[in-house]
Design a protein around this ligand. Structure first.
Ligand code: NAG
Ligand code: NAG
Ligand code: NAG
Ligand code: NAG
Length: 445
C-alpha cells in the first residue's frame, strides 16, 4: 500500500465515522429507546417495516418516522400504512408502554396493522403534544378508558375497525378540540353520551357498525361544522331527531340505515343543501320529500316498506342520482323514466319489488355499472347493452329469449319464463320446425 493510498483510506474512514457520528447525534436517546421498545413489542413484521430501526443509527431516518425541523429534531410522528390486499404487510404484537418516552410525538398513524392486540394503549396519556391518534383495523380490545377525556388536546381520535367494547365514556365531553371522532366498526354498546354535544368543532362523527342503542340524541343544533354523521348498523330506536335539521347547510353524508328507528322520515331532510348520501335502509316510512328532492345524489331506501308506483316519483325528471337502492319494498310500475338518460347513474338496485315493464325499453346509461332487478315481474328479452355492466342480476322475472354472450353467472338469469343460451341451457334450435310438424300432423288427421 502506498503511503498516499493509506492516507486516503484513513481520511475516508474518518469521513464515514464522522458522518455516522453526526447523523447518530440527531436522534434523541429517549426517542431511540422508546422506538426500540416499541420494536421489541412487535413479534411479527413480515414486510420488514422496522428493518432499518437499528440502535446507534439516526432514528429520524428510520422507516415510518418523522422528526421536527431545525433545532427540534425530536420524533414527531410514527406512520405504518397497509391495505387489505397487501397480505404480507402487517404487524403482530402489542404496543410497548415505553413509547411514551417519545415525548414530542404529535401523531400516530397505524392504518391496517391488523394484528396488534391488547387494550387501549395508555401510553398516549403521557404524550402532551399528541393531536392525532389513528389506530385503525387491528385487534385492540376491551373498554375505552373512562378518563379518555384527559386527551383534551386531541384533534383526531380514530380507532375504527378494532374490537373495543363497552360504553363510550362520558368524559368524551372534554375532547372539545376534536375534528374527527371515528369509532366505527367496533363492539361499542350503550347510548351516545350526552357529553358528545360539547364537541362543537367536530366535522366527522363515525359511530357506524357498533351495538349502540337508545335514542339518537336531539342535540345536533350545536354542531356547526358537522359534515359526516354515520350512525348506521347499530341498535338505535325512536325517531329521527328534529335537530338534525340545523345541519342542513353543511352535512354531506347522513347514514342512519340498519337501526330500529321508527316514525315518519321528517320532511326537513329535504332542506339539506349539500347532502350527497342518505341511507335510511330498514327504517321508518318514506315521506314526500324523498320523491321530490333534487339534491340527493345517492338514495338508499332498501327495506323501508315503501309502497308506491315508480311513475309517481317526481324527481326522476332530474339527472343527478348516482346510486339508487330500492331493494325489498313494494314498488310497482316501470323504472324507465328513472334510468333512461340519467348521465350519472352508476347503480340501480331494485330486487324484490313488483316492477313490471319490458326490459327492452330500458336504455342503460353509459355510467351504469350495477343493475339488480331480480325477483320482479320484468318481461321482454335481455338487451345486448347489459354486457358492459360490472354486475347484473335479472333472476326470477318473466324474461324470455336468447341471452347475449356475457360474463355473468347462471344465477343472474335463472328463474325466468324462457331465457336460454349460455350460461343457461341452449335454446331449442328447431322450435319453428317442430311446430310445423305438429301442425302438419294435426292437419293430416
Ligand atoms: C397474530 O398474532 C398472534 C399473537 O401475537 C399470532 O399467534 C398469530 O399468528 C398472528 N396472526 C397472523 C395472521 O400473523
Ligand atoms: C373535564 O375536564 C375538567 C377540567 O380539566 C375536569 O374538571 C372534569 O372533571 C372533566 N370532565 C370529565 C367528564 O372527565
Ligand atoms: C318488448 O319490447 C320490444 C321492443 O319494443 C318488442 O319487440 C317486444 O315485443 C316487447 N315484448 C313484450 C313481451 O311485450
Ligand atoms: C341474483 O339474485 C338471486 C335472488 O336474489 C340470488 O340468489 C343470486 O345469487 C343472485 N346472483 C347474482 C349473480 O348476483
Amino acid at each position: 500500500m502506498t503511503p498516499r493510498y493509506a492516507m486516503f483510506l484513513a481520511l475516508l474512514s474518518l469521513l464515514l465515522f464522522a458522518g455516522r457520528y453526526v447523523s447518530a447525534a440527531k436522534c434523541h436517546p429517549d426517542d431511540e429507546s422508546g422506538l426500540l421498545a416499541f420494536k421489541s413489542g412487535i413479534t411479527e413484521d413480515p414486510s420488514g417495516f422496522m428493518l432499518n430501526w437499528e440502535p446507534g443509527t439516526d432514528c429520524c431516518h428510520w422507516r415510518g418516522i418523522t422528526c421536527g425541523e431545525g433545532s427540534n429534531n425530536r420524533v414527531t410522528s410514527i406512520g405504518f400504512f397497509s391495505v387489505p390486499e397487501d397480505k404480507d404487510k402487517y404487524l403482530s404484537g402489542t404496543f410497548s408502554p415505553l413509547l411514551s418516552k417519545v415525548q414530542n410525538l404529535e401523531s400516530i398513524y397505524f392504518q391496517e396493522p391488523r394484528n396488534i392486540t391488547g387494550p387501549f394503549p395508555k401510553f398516549v396519556f403521557n404524550l402532551p403534544k399528541l393531536t392525532q391518534v389513528h389506530i385503525e383495523n387491528s385487534k385492540l380490545s376491551g373498554p375505552l378508558p373512562i378518563d379518555i377525556g384527559r386527551l383534551s388536546q386531541l384533534k383526531v381520535l380514530s380507532l375504527m375497525g378494532n374490537q373495543f367494547s363497552g360504553p363510550i365514556p362520558s368524559s368524551i365531553s372534554n375532547l372539545t378540540n376534536l375534528d374527527e371522532l371515528r369509532l366505527g366498526n367496533n363492539l361499542l354498546s350503550g347510548p351516545i353520551p350526552n357529553g358528545l354535544r360539547q364537541l362543537k368543532v367536530v366535522y366527522n362523527v363515525i359511530l357506524e357498525k357498533n351495538q349502540l342503542s337508545g335514542e339518537i340524541p336531539n342535540f345536533w343544533d350545536s354542531f356547526s361544522k358537522l359534515q359526516y354523521l354515520l350512525l348506521s348498523n347499530n341498535k338505535f330506536t325512536g325517531r329521527i331527531p328534529t335537530s338534525l335539521a340545523s345541519l342542513a347547510p353543511q352535512l354531506v353524508n347522513l347514514e342512519l340505515g340498519n337501526n330500529q328507528l321508527s316514525g315518519k322520515i321528517p320532511d326537513f331532510i329535504s332542506n339539506f343543501k349539500s347532502l350527497q348520501t342518505l341511507d335510511l335502509s330498514s327504517n321508518g316510512d318514506i315521506s314526500k320529500w324523498a320523491t321530490s328532492s333534487e339534491i340527493l345524489h345517492s338514495l338508499k331506501l332498501a327495506r323501508c316498506g315503501i309502497k308506491m308506483r315508480l311513475e309517481d316519483f317526481k324527481s326522476f325528471g332530474n339527472g343527478f342520482y348516482s346510486y339508487v337502492d330500492f331493494s325489498d319494498n313494494e314498488i310497482s310500475g316501470s323504472p324507465v323514466n328513472l334510468v333512461n338518460n340519467k348521465l350519472y347513474l352508476a347503480g340501480f338496485l331494485a330486487s324484490r319489488n313488483q316492477l313490471k315493464f319490458n326490459l327492452s325499453d330500458l336504455e342503460l346509461p353509459m355510467s351504469l355499472k350495477y343493475l339488480d332487478l331480480s325477483k320482479n315481474q320484468v318481461f321482454g328479452s335481455v338487451p345486448q347493452s347489459v354486457v358492459g355492466l360490472e354486475k347484473l342480476n335479472l333472476s326470477y322475472n318473466r324474461l324470455c329469449g336468447k341471452i347475449p354472450a356475457s360474463k355473468f353467472p347462471a344465477s343472474a338469469f335463472k328463474g325466468n319464463a324462457c331465457l336460454c343460451g349460455p350460461p343457461l341451457p341452449a335454446c331449442r334450435k328447431h322450435l319453428h320446425y317442430v311446430n310445423l310438424l305438429y301442425n302438419k300432423n294435426h292437419f293430416e288427421k
